[in-house]
Design a protein around this ligand. Structure first.
Ligand SMILES: [Zn+2]
Length: 418
């Protein structure tokens, strides 16, 4: 797999970025991988770069992290992931806005900052509910339409320096929100210094991220990619937040992206009582030994097993001359494809409903991304769901495909035909 692969530029650390301990241990290696969101034009194949991918466990604070950090402009300046392209996410943001606005009696007196606002769905919802809003996001291509819509937006990364500027103009924030971005930022201490500076003493931070508990339970190795520098448990996060005089006062489990967690964080001695749910989840994590290297070494063995099962299934279908396509040109798809080696020998092409990806090729495996062919006459026999966590939505959209005899394959949490 690594033949002819050009390594890109990256930096590594030899310690835990959260607690500075050198007591970190590698437990999984996924080889040299392209950037998960690095979709290509046909002429770009020979310039494609690869980067080592693996995870480390910190024995001191229990953080899971990648040590390789790719230049962040390569990752985020031009971003292919548009949340408005996914229906499930749109309704999710609306629900979040309803839930979070309930904390505030006078919305118009509160300013809401969203870190990594993507194409602005959540901020729009909050703006409708009379909050003053501000978004910050580094992806130029995604936020352009927001500027046109006159949503207040800063095109940059969030940092303590930016926080100082925001504070001068907007004052303190009653609510700071971040959805699936706080695992992507190398210098989390700087980000949290900024959050601390901006957050009102009576306010709170709400952020969502993929949850390590789900990653383990469902062997979700497809969540491991260069953009995701950290994989959070409550155990590791609590240790980190303590350093910033912050505490988690509530959590919610969210059945999105294969299992996320929403965290409510306040300043120490803030206005909210700590929910029993927080203590219960920490107890669950201790019971399941999320503080032990051995747990993650076992995870690594499971990953190898799932990969083998998937390869065996696809190879046997190919031997019967079946057509197989991938569904969802996602970061998850990139990881599975490159780790398992799903190239044109096993898959014909990849379909994706998002127009901005169509016409591009998948990173590393160079399969063409096309609009869905599932309802065409020459529909594929099998469709491998890279976007398996959106299975319900995909199934509802493709009832005809199943009726006509088409079959779906999930790579995770179980390799199976459905
Ligand atoms: Zn650590």
């Amino acid at each position: 797999m690594n033949k002819g692969k050009k390594l890109g530029e990256f930096k590594t650390t030899s310690y835990c970025r959260f607690c500075k301990s050198k007591n970190i241990h590698k437990f999984i290696v996924l080889g040299n991988q392209p950037l998960a969101g690095g979709f290509l034009k046909k002429g770009d194949f020979k310039n494609e770069k690869f980067y080592p991918l693996g995870l480390y466990f910190c024995r001191n604070c229990y953080l899971i992290q990648t040590t390789v950090v790719v230049n962040k402009d390569k990752l985020f300046k031009s971003y292919f992931y548009k949340t408005s392209a996914i229906k499930t996410l749109l309704s999710h943001f609306k629900k979040n806005a309803t839930l979070l606005s309930k904390f505030f009696k006078k919305p118009q007196e509160n300013f809401v900052l969203e870190i990594g606002c993507n194409d602005g769905n959540f901020l729009n919802e909050m703006s409708k509910r009379k909050f003053k809003v501000l978004g910050i996001d580094p992806a130029e291509n995604i936020i352009k339409p927001l500027i046109a819509k006159k949503l207040p937006i800063i095109n940059n990364y969030f940092s303590k320096k930016e926080a100082k500027e925001i504070l001068k103009i907007n004052g303190k924030a009653g609510l700071i929100v971040s959805t699936n971005t706080l695992a992507h930022i190398e210098n989390m201490h700087d980000v949290f210094n900024g959050i601390n500076l901006l957050l009102d003493d009576e306010g709170f931070l709400y952020f969502e991220n993929h949850y390590l508990g789900n990653l383990l339970k469902e062997t979700q190795y497809d969540m491991i990619y260069h953009e995701h520098l950290y994989y959070y448990s409550l155990l590791s996060l609590s240790n980190f937040l303590k350093k910033h005089s912050l505490e988690i006062f509530n959590i919610r489990k969210i059945p999105i992206h294969g299992g996320s967690i929403g965290l409510f964080v306040q300043k120490k001695k803030g206005p909210f009582k700590i929910s029993k749910r927080v203590k219960d989840t920490i107890a669950w994590e201790k019971r399941h030994k999320l503080d032990s290297l051995k747990t993650f070494e076992m995870f690594s063995k499971q990953v190898e097993k799932k990969k083998k099962e998937l390869l065996d299934l696809l190879s046997s279908l190919r031997k019967k001359n079946k057509t197989i396509v991938g569904y969802g040109a996602s970061g998850r798809g990139t990881v599975i494809s490159n780790y398992a080696g799903l190239d044109n020998k096993l898959l014909d092409y990849v379909v994706d409903d998002s127009k901005i990806k169509q016409g591009f090729y998948t990173p590393g495996t160079h399969l063409k991304i096309v609009p869905s062919t599932l309802n065409n006459k020459n529909r594929p026999d099998y469709t491998l769901l890279f976007a398996w966590s959106f299975y319900k939505e995909i199934k509802n959209r493709n009832k005809k495909y199943k009726k006509n005899g088409g079959k779906f394959i999930t790579p995770l949490p179980k390799v199976r035909i459905i």
